[in-house]
Design a protein around this ligand. Structure first.
Ligand code: GDP
Ligand code: IMO
Ligand code: MG
Length: 429
């Protein structure tokens, strides 16, 4: 099967960007199927850091084709900025990017509404990235959205913006007490950005299906993570799309038969940005140690990430939902120097022992983690690329994760660079 997918198995920021870049060496096409500029995927190549928000991380390889599928919400202005930044860093994008004509556009009023809603909720907010993701997906499902293909008919596009703005301005001024937005300005700004990217808008569904039938190697890049999925995550403290496997078919327009193997990216501990329950969160010195050692600050918003021990019920749940063929374990190096590492193997909730994640956030918030303590290691393992050279305790940690999650660890990441990786002989393409 020439297609494979990579999905974040926790609350996002597992290191998907690094893994996608690594596997893009052999891939011919890299496709994103959901999310938008809320993503922040970091790739480090020879010490040079790139952060991708919308463009698939595979763009950093010179010959790949990158596809933004219909399931992604596209902020045209942010896309133009990202393309300019890539070009300024010497990455040639021309002729290597396609964006679905069915993808919905994040309009300026979506960004405005996202921010206004967060401000109004104050300390009870979701802690969104304020990139307009929720409002754009809401309009998609309420059939008020504007798709990239709509820009081909200027008259209709203007009518759609005017119609949407009648409702949005009512909300912005009446409910949120903000300034109204001018339809003429929204239309003009959108068209300026659209003209810069018009040439990449295409029928990506046909493109991908034809490529797959020709046997091209397609790498599917998930954004966010399972616990942020709008159906399976910690609703309502989640994003507004489906990072889980089902999102691949609806977000790219390819049949389930062609999805191939799905791998989960799992950080050796857990982090989360924004609000919502997080059973293994550490609000103590150890949490700070993890944040410092792992440089856990949001790649999109710069917010400090909440940090905690590895949560195996989450990984088990992710494996169940996505049918992982393997796990890519990242940031193992960050745990060096911790004498005793704790791992959550189950939750205790109202006298019951849970091995997986309950459906209700209030119940999850009431869950107490059941920990197993395992020995840590002192050695610095940054850059280690041979499993035999890992300290015994690190190897035991990996084995423990495999046993408890029921999924083998197919790759181990020991640093942020492409080269800092332990491959275990598995062929991905
Ligand atoms: P993504 O959203 O899943 O792509 O992850 P982010 O890029 O938001 O966050 C992961 C961070 O960890 C980035 O700064 C990466 O450069 C870094 N990173 C990835 N893998 C490793 C690793 O194995 N070890 C260390 N120390 N850093 C890593
Ligand atoms: P990557 O792809 C981590 C979080 C936000 C917030 C919630 C909703 O880099 O892993 P949204 O803006 O999507 O409406 O915010 O989801 N969030 C992420 N957290 N990594 C991400 O992406 C995220 N994208 C959104 O912090 O809690
Ligand atoms: Mg990220």
């Amino acid at each position: 099967m020439p297609t494979m997918a990579i999905i974040g198995s926790q609350w996002g920021d597992e290191g998907k960007g690094k893994i996608v870049d690594l596997l893009s060496e052999k891939a011919e096409i890299i496709a994103r199927y959901q999310g938008g500029t809320n993503a922040g995927h970091t790739v480090v190549i020879d010490g040079k850091q790139f952060i991708l928000h919308l463009i698939p991380s595979g763009i950093l390889r010179p010959k790949t084709i990158c596809v933004i599928g219909n399931g992604v919400v596209v902020d045209l202005e942010a896309m133009v900025r990202e393309l300019e930044e890539l070009e300024s860093l010497g990455i040639k994008v021309a002729g290597r990017l396609l964006v679905s004509d069915r993808a919905h556009i994040i309009m300026p009023y979506h960004r405005e509404l996202d921010g206004a809603d967060e401000d109004m909720r104050g300390s009870n907010g979701i802690g969104t990235t304020r990139r307009g993701i929720g409002p754009a997906y809401s309009d998609k499902t309420s059939r008020l959205g504007i798709r990239l293909g709509d820009l081909g008919n200027l008259k209709l596009f203007k009518q759609k913006v005017e119609r949407a703005l009648r409702e949005k301005n009512f909300l912005l001024t009446g409910h949120y007490r903000r300034q109204r937005l001018s339809a003429a300005k929204v239309i003009a700004d959108t068209l300026v950005a659209y003209r810069c990217v018009k040439s990449v808008v295409a029928d990506t569904t046909t493109y991908l299906n034809e490529a797959i039938s020709k046997g091209k190697r397609v790498l599917v890049e998930g954004a966010q993570g399972v616990m942020l999925d709008v159906d399976f995550g910690t609703y309502p403290y989640c994003t507004s799309s489906n990072p889980t496997a089902g999102g691949i078919c609806t977000g790219l327009g390819i049949p389930p038969r062609d999805v191939g193997k799905i791998y989960g990216v799992t950080k050796a501990y857990t982090t989360r940005v924004g609000a919502g329950p997080f059973p293994t969160e550490l609000n103590d010195r150890m949490g700070k140690t993890l944040r410092q050692a792992g440089a856990e600050y949001g790649a999109t918003t710069g917010r400090p990430r909440r940090c905690g021990w590895l949560d195996l019920p989450v990984v088990r749940y992710s494996a169940q939902l996505n049918g992982f063929a393997g796990l890519f374990l990242t940031k193992l190096d960050v745990l060096s120097g911790i004498k005793k590492i704790k791992v959550c193997t189950a939750y205790k909730c109202k006298g019951k022992l849970l091995k997986t994640v309950p459906g209700n956030v209030e119940e999850l918030a009431a869950c107490k983690p059941v920990y197993k303590e395992v020995p840590g290691w002192d050695e610095n393992i940054v850059g280690c690329n041979d499993i035999k050279k890992l300290p015994l305790a690190a190897r035991r940690y990996i084995q423990f994760i495999e046993k408890e999650s029921g999924v083998k660890v197919s790759l181990i990441s020991t640093g942020n660079d492409r080269k800092h990786t332990i491959l275990r002989g598995e062929k991905f393409f």
